[in-house]
Design a protein. Structure first.
Length: 119
């Protein structure tokens, strides 16, 4: 046998031995690392959830009321204004227009009044 063939056989044998011998050590280390990181992540999520629950318990106004107050501060887009006036011209009620435009009835009334429509 020539020297390169012998060295290749020894290299392949060493590779196979290292794969089977190193697998046990690596897999247990990987499992430990995954379990530690999973525990840390779970702990972090529990802390964030607790903080969120406390924040929600302290909120004095309901979410729908907060949305309504935010709704009145933003200007209504001109497309929605024209939709509101067109729907009113077609005979829709204020409640129906409110549902279709996703605005409160008070906001729909104020838009109609700003356009000179008598309601």
């Amino acid at each position: 046998m020539s020297l390169p063939i012998v060295l290749m056989i020894i290299g392949i044998a060493a590779l196979i031995v290292s794969i089977f011998a190193g697998t046990k050590q690596t897999s247990t280390d990987e499992i430990e690392q995954v379990s530690i990181s999973l525990h840390q992540e779970t702990s972090h999520l529990k802390k964030r959830l607790k903080a969120l629950e406390e924040e929600l318990m302290l909120e004095p106004t309901p979410i729908t009321q907060a949305l309504r107050t935010a709704d009145t501060t933003k200007p209504v887009h001109s497309i929605i204004v024209s939709q509101i006036t067109a729907l009113h011209g077609q005979g829709y009620s204020i409640e129906e227009i409110s549902k279709r435009s996703s605005l409160t009835t008070d906001r729909v009334l104020s838009v109609l009044r700003s356009k000179g429509v008598h309601v």
